[in-house]
Design a protein around this ligand. Structure first.
Ligand SMILES: NC(=O)c1ccc[n+]([C@@H]2O[C@H](COP(=O)([O-])OP(=O)(O)OC[C@H]3O[C@@H](n4cnc5c(N)ncnc54)[C@H](OP(=O)(O)O)[C@@H]3O)[C@@H](O)[C@H]2O)c1
Length: 305
């Protein structure tokens, strides 16, 4: 039994947290290859603050006539399936929606998404924790793809923002690929960074073989790379200009169901960190945005519709 509308948090005229509104949206039926998910948890990510602030509207990347959806990743339960879908109603799943210019998002009671990008949440993992994995776990995995294998004799990787959501995954995932990782983070984050198997620093000098820029230091991060090294950033379209023969890339995170399944399994086993700061009602999205904007929050605010 479904209701004819569901609640979603959106911005009409972006202007910071105060512009977030909860509205009623018509329920849509899933088409071929799609499922409708009843969302149980949707994290607040830095990109959502930028969308609500109007950064991407100002850049011409969002042109919605009525409203812009908020939220990128989620966990929940399949409530309806379209033709050709091999997931049963009731299955717990997590996933990711991407792209800036959309009138829907995961800050909502429901979402219709392609089944192919979803992963089943392992039994031992709660949905709030699972919801924090897709965007930043996949971003990190895809950053490590861009880094590739370390060149012979050149495996020293600096991860900036190593205590953040992206950096906290890059540190362990890059070690799997053979990188020797040092995390740049705040002094109070030393225990976390060492806990994911990385060396730790609060200040550093140039000369790294590669930098994965989870803190979005941009030019300051690039300056830390040795001549001929590699830089992978998190702000596609705003990459720092290359210099000194450095390879410059930026990740554009995309859904990948099988990869997400692996990340969720490693989160359930405790091998990867699961970091929830607080679970708050969807109605408190604006307050959660204000709290995140102050900085220093470790683990995600997770909205519960
Ligand atoms: N392109 C993509 O597809 C993609 C995907 C996911 C994320 N992103 C972007 O990646 C960035 C990171 O996201 P996130 O969710 O990981 O953010 P986050 O959880 O806020 O992590 C950023 C971390 O960097 C730290 N930091 C900032 N400046 C620092 C400095 N000078 N020295 C040491 N640490 C510093 C922050 O500490 P404080 O909190 O103490 O400042 C925080 O721990 C954001 O810009 C996000 O939008 C991009």
């Amino acid at each position: 039994m479904t209701t004819s509308t569901f609640r979603a948090a959106v911005v009409r005229t972006p202007g910071g947290p105060g512009s977030i509104e909860i509205i009623d949206v018509p329920v849509a039926e899933p088409g071929p290859g799609e499922v409708r998910v009843g969302i149980a948890a949707a994290p607040v990510n830095p990109v959502d603050l930028a969308v609500a602030d109007g950064l991407f509207h100002a850049r011409g990347m969002i042109n919605q006539p009525e409203r812009t959806g908020l939220g990128w990743d989620f966990a929940g339960t399949v409530v309806a399936t379209g033709p050709g879908v091999d997931l049963a109603v009731g299955t717990r799943v997590a996933g990711l929606v991407t792209g800036f210019d959309r009138d829907f998002g995961t800050y909502a009671e429901q979402l219709v998404v392609p089944a192919a990008g979803l992963a089943v949440v392992p039994g031992g993992l709660d949905l709030a924790a699972a919801s924090t994995v897709p965007l930043n776990g996949l971003a990190a995995a895809q950053i490590v793809d861009l880094l590739g294998d370390p060149p012979a004799g050149g495996s020293r990787l600096l991860v900036t923002g190593a205590a953040g959501a992206v950096g906290g995954y890059v540190a362990p995932l890059a070690q799997d690929r053979g990188w020797q990782v040092t995390g740049l983070a705040r002094a109070e984050d030393e225990e976390f960074v060492r806990g994911v198997g990385a060396d730790f620093t609060t200040h550093t000098e140039p000369g790294w073989d590669a930098v994965a820029d989870g803190a979005a230091l941009q030019e300051r991060g690039l300056a830390l790379v040795r001549d001929g090294g590699a830089f992978v950033g998190v702000q596609p379209g705003a990459e720092p200009a290359t210099e000194r023969g450095i390879t410059v890339d930026a990740v554009v995170t995309h859904p990948d169901g099988p990869r997400l399944g692996g990340l969720l399994a490693r989160t359930a086993s405790g091998e990867l960190p699961a970091r929830v700061h607080a679970v708050v009602p969807l109605d408190q999205a604006a307050d959660a945005h204000r709290a995140v904007a102050k900085g220093g929050v470790r683990g995600r605010y997770v909205l519960k519709p």
